[in-house]
Ligand binder design. Sequence first.
Ligand code: NDP
Length: 461
Amino acid sequence: MSFDYDLFVIGGGSGGVRAARISAGYGAKVGLAEESRMGGTCVIRGCVPKKLMVFASTAPAEAEQARGFGWEGATAGSFSWDAFKAKLDAELNRLEAAYTRGLEAAGVNIFHQRARIVGPHEVELADGMRISARHILIAAGGRPQLPGIPGEDLGLISDDLFLLDRLPGKVLVVGGGFISCEFATILNGLGVNTTLVYRGDKVLRGFDMDLRELLTMQLADIGIHVRLKQQPARLDKAGDGVRVTFADGQSEDFDAVIFATGRTPYTKGLGLEAAGVGLTPNGAIAVDEWSQTNIPSIFAVGDVTDRVNLTPVAIREGHAFADTLFGNNPHHLNHDLVAGAVYTRPHEVATIGMTEDEAIRRGGVEIYDTRFRPMKSLFAGSDARVMMKLIVDEATRKVLGCQIFGPEAGELIQLAAIPITMGATKEDFDRTVAVHPTLAEELVTMRQPTRRHEATAPDRA
Ligand code: NDP
């Protein structure tokens, strides 16, 4: 049977673009449909514009630090959202064009419209055109989810933040995850009066206990109004702003409310039921380690599969898919050891592998950790403390996890991730000569375990 394409990809984000480009490079005839802008969530409304906003938001703290080093009168001046936004828009246009060019140069046919699956080997575009393909790859990503409270349509989601005409003066950020912690930090840095409300007692549920504690304290230390064990119950219009009534009955007016209450796989309207593609209980596309669904010709990568929802993971899944199907090089991604970072300020949260909470449950581990005030911020007059932690298997001596809270922690964990992925032992870290004076040298100079968790240790609450 002949098909229009060897591969048809739905979604022009990180995973879809990588899979399409690599497959085409192996000689496959590839088509790709994207209903919005090329580049997807990461490039257009996620990691990239967020990180640029992080950079923009650090200027006042950097000016303050400069004063601590004797730069009298150093000031960040006043922030122009218009000037920043114009540059941001230009940069995103440049990246979008680069993604498009890269695909076209590889020979991929791009369809700038929505596609849905109508059969194991067939998709239908929004204009009614039907296309057959030997293989279909779904890389449709995720979408923000709202908490389901009255008036929530008055709130914004993270996508909206990059489109604002002007910065609001007073903002409520709802949630205690990646996006809420990052956006609350950014807005605070840009001079916005920022409140973060979270239903738990420490932000970043699921992260290492010390990282959670330190970040929760840091959010308050930099001037964010942090409300814990609390959540909004309803939103009402109040003049040009929004009145938020909280679960305890109190209410407060804000210029804007941003919901960062999680994301869900974007499977709606994809025609999955018609094609018989199986879903997981939480609505993600169910795939095996080869990213293959229960329909042999249909595959899925990235956030739509809800495995590890990070851009580099989607890229690796897409690449492995292409290598396997068209490159005669079958392999798949190991999702167990994936490093990640939360870009808060002044200290970032960075993690790979086992957390101490997991170590306690597992037992048979040593914890090496340290907290200290780094020389740069200490000299400038700040009390902010860095935390570094290694989790080591007592029997094999392998480093099972590394947790860092500190400036540029995202950069540090990228490098620590290499030996940990290679299976390095604590003794490998120990015989690595320190680079002095750096923050990261602490990772190779922690000699004595701070504590041990025995195999029979009870759960710590
Ligand atoms: P997260 O899952 O990280 O956090 C969602 C937060 O919203 C949690 O604190 C959760 O609370 C809270 N929440 C969920 N439902 C409700 C509700 N009904 N009412 C009140 N609070 C609620 O999702 P994000 O939206 O922050 O980010 C989505 C994903 O995007 C991340 O998981 C990550 O994979 C990715 N991402 C990665 C980034 C990075 O790598 N730096 C940056 C941004 C996003 P609770 O903890 O109690 O469940």
